[in-house]
Design a protein around this ligand. Structure first.
Ligand code: PEP
Ligand code: MN
Length: 293
């Protein structure tokens, strides 16, 4: 790793890659994030009804997802928008896990909710708007659950790494970084997908990195291509919004894929994932040769 990066990110020493630290592999149920397998997390923006959630869970599982996403506590920009079903939503997620075997990732929005969310979730999501909520980060870290840390919409890489450092410093090594688009002068799309951030994070940290093409794009037409870009940039996985009937979704319908759209995205990823497997095999070979020298 380039020496100047150690200086640039020196206030987050524990997240930086080094010869002494093995890449972090986050265990979830019977699989891992950050290992050889590419992990897709998929599901609705918000948990709405039992039927909506269960149909989505069954579908995305069949199409290759390993983790069900769905918000029970929603950070909405308007107080008049749907705020989430709370505990009832968490219970629905747990039933979907029981029925499908998918792991659950869901957002905790406040310190007070962390113990309850951690009771139901396999991974706690810290949303973009809360990336710098340090008391929430500490409470989430102490729950012992893996943390999916979304990049703040105006956070630099250094800010992002500082938040990851807080979780690690609380004794929780299982952090997954998520690039979900940032605010720039460009307003054509909901956010600007910072694919270079994925490539950079893969070089400078030992943590798994995933991409969120849904929040980055804001329009479902762009989601499959941003997903491919995330794979090409070196992501370990994706988190994608999927809904049985996106135009009727209670939140983020514009950017949600329907079932056929999700299947098409997954199918389109195959050649990119095959290339990723080659690259991984080459990296492992190079490391073995380096070690043998
Ligand atoms: C979400 O995942 O639905 C969400 C609110 O994401 P973000 O925090 O990235 O906006
Ligand atoms: Mn959303």
């Amino acid at each position: 790793m380039r020496a100047s990066w150690y200086d640039q990110f020196s206030d987050s020493p524990d997240v930086l890659r080094s010869a002494r630290i093995k890449p972090t592999v986050v265990p979830v149920l019977d699989f891992e994030i950050g290992g050889e397998d590419f992990i897709t997390m998929a599901g609705p923006c918000s948990v709405e009804t039992e039927a909506q959630l269960m149909a989505t869970a069954i579908h995305v599982r069949r199409s290759g997802a390993r983790i069900l996403r769905g918000g029970a506590f929603k950070p909405r920009s308007s107080p008049y928008s749907f705020q989430g079903l709370g505990l009832e939503g968490l219970r629905m997620l747990a039933r979907a896990r029981h029925r499908t075997g998918l792991a659950i990732v869901t957002e905790a929005m406040s310190e007070a909710d962390v113990p309850m969310v951690a009771d139901y979730a396999d991974i706690l999501q810290i949303g973009s708007r809360n990336m710098e909520n340090y008391t929430l980060l500490e409470a989430a870290a102490r729950s012992g659950r893996p943390i999916l840390l979304k990049r703040g919409m105006v956070a630099t890489i250094a800010d992002f790494l500082r938040s990851a450092q807080i979780v690690l410093a609380c004794g929780n090594p299982n952090v997954i970084l998520c690039e979900r688009g940032i605010r720039t002068f460009e307003t054509s799309l909901r956010n600007t997908f910072d694919a270079a951030a994925i490539a950079l994070l893969r070089q400078i940290t030992h943590l798994p990195v995933i991409g969120d093409p849904s929040h980055a794009a804001g329009h479902r037409e762009l989601v499959p291509v941003l997903a491919r870009i995330a794979v090409a940039a070196g992501a370990d996985g994706l988190i994608v919004e999927v809904h049985p009937s996106p135009d009727r979704a209670w939140s983020d319908g514009e950017q949600s894929l329907d079932f056929a759209g999700f299947d098409a995205m997954m199918h389109g990823l195959k050649p990119w994932l095959a290339l990723r497997d080659h690259t991984l095999a080459d990296t492992v070979k190079a490391e073995l040769m380096e070690a043998a020298r």
